[in-house]
Design a binder for this molecule. Structure first.
Ligand SMILES: *Cc1c(COP(=O)(O)O)cnc(C)c1O
Length: 384
C-alpha cells in the first residue's frame, strides 16, 4: 500500500524553521517584537490601515475576547450555525450567555439567513456567522439583519483566510470583529494561534488588555518605554491568551506564502471539481462572482443516486490509504448542546441531511497532483 495520505497537513519551510531558531537564540520567546511584526504584516495583508489586529494563542481565545469586549453576558443570546466546530459556540457559554443554533442553506452549507431572522428574540445580542469550509456567508444579508435588530456581528473566519466576499477580503467587512485561526490544519498555521481583527478601537484596546491577565500594557512595552520595567497595573481579571514570538515566527513566513498557498488550493479544488463531476456526489458550491473560496475544506455529499453510504466511502478510502474527515457532527447532536437546549436531531433537518451524507476529501498545499489522483481514482473505482 502506498504511503498514507492525510486529509490535511501543514506546509512548513526552512524560513519558518530559521525564524523560530532565531527567536529561541534571541532569548525572546514569548510575546514580543515578532508578535508585533506579525500583527502589522497581517494588517498589511488585509490592506486596510484602519484595522486593529490582535494576535492570540487560538481562534477560540480570540472569539472569547471579542464577545467579552462587546459586552455579551448572562441573559444574552448569540445566534450561530449548528454546522460548526464547538469552539464557535462554547465561547458564548464562557460569557454565561445562551446559544441559539440555526439551520443551514443546503447549497452553501452556511447559516440560513431566513432561519437566522426567525431565531431572533428580544434577548438576541449578536450573530456569529461561520464561513463554512472557506466560502463566505451571505454577509450583506447578515449585516442587514444585524442593522435592523441592532445586533453585533462577530465572524468566525477560522476557515476563511483568504476568502473574498463582494470583492472584499473577509476581515475587512463592516462587522464588529473577525477571528482567524492558525491551528495546524487551517490554511496557514502557527501551530496554535489566532488573530482578531476589528475596526472598533475601544474593543481592540480591551482585547489587548484581556489577552494578558488584564495588564494595562504588554510585556514588550514594559521593556522599551520610560516607565520602570517592573511597573504594571491590573484593571480586570484577564486571560492568558497572548501569542508567543515562537508562534509568530512561524506565522510571519506562513503569511508571506499565503497567496501561493491559496493559489494551490484553488488549483486542487478545480481539479477535484472537474474530475468528480460525473460521480453521484454533490460537489461544494463555488464562490459567487466577485468572491473567492478559501478552500480550507473540500466537502462532498453523496446523492440519492449513490448505492454507497457515506461510511462505506470513508472505509473504502481508508483501505486505499486515504484519510478523510467529517465536518461536522452538528452541534445540536452533540450531547452537551443537545441536552442543554433539549434539541432533537430533526430540529435542523438540512444540517442533519448534510451531515449524514458528507465527507471532507484531502486538500492541502503540500499535496501533489499524483496524490490527488489517488483520491480521484479511488472514488471513481468505487462508483464504477
Ligand atoms: C478551528 C476552528 C475554530 C477554533 O480554532 P482554534 O484556533 O483551534 O481555537 C473555531 N471555529 C471553527 C469553525 C474552526 O474550524
Amino acid at each position: 500500500m502506498p504511503n498514507f495520505l492525510p486529509y490535511a497537513l501543514p506546509e512548513i519551510g526552512q524560513a519558518e524553521i530559521d525564524e523560530v531558531i532565531d527567536s529561541l537564540k534571541s532569548g525572546w520567546v514569548t510575546s514580543g517584537p515578532k508578535t508585533r511584526r506579525f500583527e502589522q504584516e497581517f494588517k498589511s495583508f488585509l490592506g486596510d490601515a484602519n484595522l486593529e489586529t490582535i494576535a492570540v494563542n487560538s481562534a477560540t481565545a480570540g472569539l472569547h475576547l471579542a464577545l467579552e469586549a462587546l459586552d455579551i453576558g448572562p441573559g444574552d443570546e448569540v445566534i450561530t450555525t449548528t454546522l460548526t466546530f464547538t469552539a464557535t459556540a462554547e465561547v458564548v457559554r464562557y460569557m454565561g450567555a445562551d446559544v441559539r443554533l440555526v439551520d443551514i442553506d443546503p447549497i452553501t452549507l452556511n447559516m440560513d439567513v431566513n432561519a437566522l431572522r426567525a431565531a431572533i428574540t428580544p434577548k438576541t445580542k449578536a450573530i456569529l456567522p461561520v464561513h463554512y469550509g472557506g466560502l463566505s456567508c451571505d454577509m450583506q444579508a447578515i449585516i442587514d439583519v444585524a442593522k435592523e435588530f441592532n445586533l453585533k456581528v462577530i465572524e468566525d473566519a477560522a476557515h476563511a483566510l483568504p476568502a473574498v466576499y463582494e470583492g472584499k477580503l473577509i476581515g475587512t467587512l463592516d462587522t464588529d470583529a473577525t477571528v482567524f485561526s492558525f491551528y495546524a490544519n487551517k490554511t496557514m498555521t502557527t501551530g496554535e494561534g489566532g488573530m482578531v481583527v476589528t475596526r472598533n478601537k475601544e474593543a481592540a484596546a480591551r482585547m489587548r488588555i484581556m489577552r494578558l491577565h488584564g495588564i494595562n500594557r504588554d510585556a514588550f512595552d514594559r521593556f522599551v518605554s520610560e516607565t520602570p520595567a517592573w511597573y504594571y497595573e491590573i484593571v480586570a481579571p484577564g486571560f492568558k491568551y497572548n501569542m508567543t514570538d515562537i508562534a509568530a515566527a512561524i506565522g510571519i513566513h506562513q503569511l508571506a506564502k499565503l497567496n501561493r498557498f491559496c493559489e494551490r488550493r484553488q488549483e486542487l479544488a478545480k481539479r477535484y471539481l472537474a474530475a468528480l463531476q460525473d460521480l453521484p456526489l454533490t460537489l461544494p458550491a463555488a464562490a459567487p462572482k466577485n468572491g473567492q473560496h478559501a478552500w480550507h475544506l473540500f466537502v462532498v455529499r453523496i446523492t440519492k443516486l449513490s448505492d454507497k453510504t457515506r461510511d462505506e466511502i470513508i472505509n473504502h478510502l481508508s483501505e486505499a490509504g486515504i484519510g478523510t474527515s467529517v465536518h461536522y457532527l452538528p452541534l445540536h447532536r452533540q450531547p452537551y448542546w443537545r441536552d442543554l437546549y433539549q434539541l432533537q436531531p430533526n430540529d435542523f433537518p438540512k444540517a442533519n441531511q448534510a451531515y449524514e451524507t458528507m465527507l471532507s476529501l484531502p486538500l492541502y498545499t503540500a499535496m501533489r497532483n499524483e496524490d490527488q489522483d489517488r483520491v480521484i481514482n479511488a472514488l471513481t473505482q468505487l462508483f464504477s
